[in-house]
Design a binder for this molecule. Structure first.
Ligand SMILES: [Zn+2]
Length: 696
């Protein structure tokens, strides 16, 4: 008895650990298949020993993803998850059970491709989108309406007519592969950790507190279910077609099956065809089509009895771990990469796989020579998902994350709260130096036509050790390099000279300051005319700039605090590189407003007349500043409904004036605008008659 108890406890701990890695760290430590397997094992044990079930067991929740910072809203109808299976046998027994429970009546199964994203519930009132809520724990989720409104494929107003006065539709929010790749490329350039897969990226995006960030990442959405609605057709399939006519995106991969062999055929087809889909898919959902029959079949305590999710197995293979490289990147971050015995997966030969970070290696308990399971999750970067520990050779050496830089031997450091280790020797660690030069030469930075190999060569020959050295190169230097002729040398020098005319934002991005990606660089240039001005900015001042958070601000302050960096900037300027705004980068003059110009606002809560984004745009268009947090520099808080109690307390304790929406609009219209153009900022789109957001 005690052994079962012990077994259950160990399983729960293991599941919780993987859950945390998945939802909190966004670094899965196990394949979905293995995870479901563990969960099933636990369910089976608990079924045999119901006296051992505790309310905090991982089997007792649907999968919580609630986040602080969003209002919590109860679902009118609980968002249940579906029973999962990986085998045709279980699909068959599902089919047979339905057949039996329906007493032999003919029935149809709607089979639809399941997208690998994040569940969402939308509420339309009189055809207008009023609320979007995440699944959360199935009963209560996060109100992410502001973020969901930025998703282009979700209609803010339904098309056509005949929709119910109140309509709930459920679907999946996801990130297409192309967008996933673009965002990760940007994050890599900015030295930020990469998203493990499109689902994590979609989830991380939807949980952003700033809708502008959400809007910049092009999420997509597909809808697959309409709960309740007795007046709609009695067929799930027809309801979806109806939704499609109202402008909601519905999967084209949906089919009505009238026999088990038609179901098998659909599964077979998509197991293969999904590899060419532009979005991540992880299975097929089978639902009894008739709503009446669905109700007849009913629910178990956690899942509907009229539906099941068949999950595709991610292609997984076993191979040998030969060695692990520890690569030093531009920012000094040390990334472990596994070298594998070559093995084919999903049509490509895989030799290397990502190991993410030191914690990941520890969790896997990786040893050299191990038989490892490699998976192409969502068909992207291959990753190691497990180790066959029972096959480990005696005396195998554990993989140990180095404590010193593999290139320059400087002791590695780890910042609190970050998974990565860094080599702090920024100025003299060779791979960091060459990677910085390479980054600076990039197309979006200085745009100098210099490849990785030539940079390494110039570095080895002591011709170029820093970005500044590029501007000291002469034709005769280049002619000493293999393959360089007069013509190619001149061409390269021309592109170096031309880089002096690049926009300030591109050059600033090119400097490779940690967390200063392309977008951040553009934002900074709107606020600072030159690098000198930027270098003088304090942490507090920087954080008042919209989209510049504490982490970015701290990184900038740290950068300019270093004597060597200040010297380097001077050096660049002496070599003729102007680190200041070009004429094109001068911000267009803002209309001034007596009440708003030059004042700092914090916007908090929910508004009825205009959206938060519209208020932000109004304030900025009159030269006001928006800050995300209340400080002594805040002049006004524009306070909507449901303003957070912590913010309210802080504003009160600092004696900052709170403006209601009505106060603000009164000030806005009462005060004269001192410009000839004087636009009352146009509300975004045609949503003047936007209904009040509803809060439970
Ligand atoms: Zn180093």
């Amino acid at each position: 008895m005690e052994r079962i108890d012990e077994q259950i406890r160990a399983l729960r701990e293991e599941i919780n650990r993987h859950n945390y890695a998945y939802y909190v760290l966004s670094s899965p430590t196990i394949s979905d298949y293995d995870f479901d397997h563990l969960l099933k094992e636990l369910e089976a044990l608990e079924a045999q020993h119901p006296e051992l079930i505790t309310p905090d067991s991982p089997t007792q929740r649907v999968g919580a993803d609630r986040t602080e910072g969003f209002a919590q809203v109860a679902h009118r109808y609980p968002m249940l998850s579906l029973g999962n299976t990986y085998s045709y046998e279980e699909v068959d027994s599902f089919y047979e059970r339905v057949k039996k429970d329906l007493g032999g009546k003919p029935f149809a199964i709607a089979a639809e491709l399941k997208y690998d994203g994040l569940s969402i519930s939308l509420i339309y009132e009189d055809g207008i989108l009023v609320r979007a809520v995440t699944r959360g724990d199935g009963q209560v989720g996060d109100d992410v309406t502001a973020n969901v409104r930025t998703i282009r494929s979700i209609p803010l107003r339904l098309q056509g007519e005949g929709y119910p006065r109140e309509l709930e539709v459920r679907g999946e929010i996801l990130l297409p592969f192309s967008e996933f790749d673009r965002i990760n490329a940007e994050r890599s350039e900015a030295g930020l950790p990469l998203f493990a897969n499109p689902r994590n990226a979609a989830s991380g995006t939807l949980k952003q507190l700033d809708p502008a960030i959400v809007a910049s990442r092009r999420l997509d959405a597909f809808f697959y279910y309409v709960p309740a609605q007795p007046d709609m057709p009695d067929s799930h399939y027809e309801r979806l077609m109806q939704c499609k006519a109202w402008g909601l995106k519905v999967s084209h991969a949906i089919e009505l099956c009238h026999s088990l062999s038609e179901v098998h055929h659909f599964l077979d087809h998509w197991d293969e065809a999904r590899h060419s889909a532009p979005v991540a898919t992880d299975g097929v959902v089978l639902k009894v089509d008739s709503i009446t029959e669905q109700e007849e079949l009913g629910y178990t305590s956690k899942t509907p009895r009229w539906a099941i999710a068949y999950k595709f197995q991610a292609e997984q293979v076993k191979t040998t771990l030969l060695s692990v490289d520890f690569q030093v990147g531009r920012t000094g971050a040390v990334t472990p990469v596994a070298n594998l015995e070559a093995v084919p997966i999903s049509g490509t030969i895989v030799r290397r796989a990502s190991l993410h970070n030191a914690d990941f290696i520890t969790t896997l308990d990786l040893h050299l020579g191990d038989q490892v399971f490699v998976e192409k999750g969502g068909e992207i970067i291959p990753k190691i998902v497990g180790v066959a520990k029972e096959e480990r050779q005696q005396g195998a050496e554990p993989v140990i994350f180095p404590t010193q830089c593999p290139s320059c031997s400087t002791p590695l450091q780890r910042n609190e709260g970050e998974a990565a280790y860094y080599c702090p020797n920024q100025s003299a660690c060779p791979p960091q130096q060459t990677a910085r030069i390479e980054h600076f030469c990039g197309r979006k930075a200085a745009d100098i036509r210099l490849g990785e190999e030539t940079i390494s060569l110039l570095f080895e020959l002591d011709l170029v050790h820093s970005i500044a050295d590029l501007y000291r190169l002469r034709v005769e230097n280049l002619l000493t390099l293999p393959g360089f002729k007069e013509r190619s040398a001149t061409k390269l020098l021309d592109s170096i000279t031309a880089s002096k005319d690049r926009p300030f934002s591109a050059l600033l991005f090119g400097l490779g300051i940690r967390f200063v990606g392309e977008t951040v660089a553009k934002t900074l240039v709107q606020h600072y005319r030159s690098i000198e001005e930027l270098a003088k900015a304090s942490l507090e001042e920087l954080t008042t700039i919209p989209d510049i958070g504490k982490v970015i601000a701290q990184s900038l302050v740290d950068y300019f605090a270093l004597e060597s960096n200040r010297h380097f900037i001077l050096e660049l300027e002496e070599l003729g590189l102007p680190l200041r705004r070009t004429a094109q980068e001068e911000p267009s003059p803002v209309t001034s407003h007596e009440f708003i110009s030059g004042r700092t606002f914090v916007i908090s809560g929910v508004f009825t007349e205009h959206s938060r984004e519209e208020y932000k745009a109004m304030i900025e268009s009159y030269g006001g500043k928006i800050s995300s947090s209340i400080s002594s520099k805040t002049d006004f808080v524009l306070a909507g409904a449901n303003m957070g109690p912590a913010k309210l307390e802080k504003a009160t304790s600092l004696g900052i004036t709170l403006l209601s929406e009505t106060d603000f609009l009164a000030h806005l219209h009462a005060t004269q605008v001192t410009s000839t153009e004087a636009p009352t900022p146009a509300p975004v789109q045609e949503e003047r008659d936007e209904p009040r957001l509803l809060f439970d």
